[in-house]
Design a binder for this molecule. Structure first.
Ligand SMILES: Nc1ncnc2c1ncn2[C@@H]1O[C@H](COP(=O)(O)OP(=O)(O)OP(=O)(O)O)[C@@H](O)[C@H]1O
Length: 253
């Protein structure tokens, strides 16, 4: 059974203009599914709909076989811990007034009563924070700093640490390296791949960059103007049957 099944998900902001138009796909356990498309094609809207940050117009979202698209906060809670997001702007994702250690405890404090951690252990706040920082290859000394005292790459590692802190099954990675320089981008992608293996995570990896999507993903979805126009296994990227739009993306690959 697939972990996440999305069926004909549709979202419009304004009458007649679909940001996401009847998008269907599934994500299997342990898989990294790539979603590529140019700016404005609806990738972030799709991500926000999956996380219930946006309401949807129609369609369904099944997580572990349960439909979640209509659930309201109380009933949604048990599912929220299974799906986390890392977004493109770590500066906006972290509260500037909180020290890193407090941001890292945020998800644990919300969900601790329903957690049974397999990889991390919570013996004390300090020990837990140390494990999380280690997992994303950051020094423990960063725990007492504020977000503005970190580099962009370090901040993104903190948001990744926060996402994995409650050991979700799915992480939606929405352009996780968009704000980073090329060297940090490579390092963060390698970290994400290593965490995926160690923590048995499933990713929906969203990017406008086909090269990054190709590096990370076993299967790739291509989105254009709100619709999925192509999907294929990683090894079939150069196949002659690729959609014209995919071929365009490949030409700038
Ligand atoms: N809050 C909003 N209100 C109205 N329209 C929106 C809103 N958010 C996005 N849109 C519109 O929906 C469409 C899809 O935007 P979205 O941000 O999902 O695309 P994207 O592929 O993630 O782009 P980018 O990579 O630049 O973030 C665009 O036409 C955008 O202008």
């Amino acid at each position: 059974m697939s972990l996440l099944v999305v069926d004909r998900l549709t979202k419009s902001y304004r009458e007649g203009k679909m940001a996401v138009n009847a998008v269907s796909f599934h994500l299997d356990k342990g898989e990294c599914l790539g979603l590529v498309g140019e700016s404005g094609c609806g990738k972030s809207t799709l991500a926000r709909c999956l996380l219930h940050i946006e309401t949807i117009d129609s369609g369904s979202i099944m997580l572990n076989g349960q439909p979640i698209e209509q659930l309201h906060e109380r009933k949604l809670r048990p599912f929220r811990r299974h799906m986390q997001m890392v977004s493109q702007n770590p500066a906006a994702a972290l509260n500037p007034k909180l020290k890193i250690k407090h941001s890292l405890l945020d998800a644990y404090e919300q969900f601790h009563h329903q957690l049974r951690l397999k990889h991390f252990t919570f013996t004390s706040k300090a020990a837990y924070i140390k494990q999380l920082l280690e997992a994303v290859e950051l020094p423990a000394s960063l725990a007492d700093r504020y977000p503005h005292e970190l580099s962009g790459g370090q901040r993104q590692r903190v948001t990744i640490a926060r996402a994995i802190s409650i050991e979700p099954e799915v992480i939606v990675l929405d352009e996780p390296t968009a704000s980073l320089d090329v060297i940090s981008q490579g390092a963060v992608l390698r970290l994400l791949t290593s965490l995926q293996t160690h923590l048995q995570l499933s990713y929906l990896f969203i990017s406008h960059d086909l090269a990054a999507v190709h590096q990370m993903s076993q299967r790739i979805l291509v989105m254009k103007e709100g619709r999925l126009v192509d999907q294929f296994d990683r090894d079939h990227v150069f196949h002659e049957n690729r959609h014209l739009y995919t071929q365009e993306l490949i030409s700038i690959f």
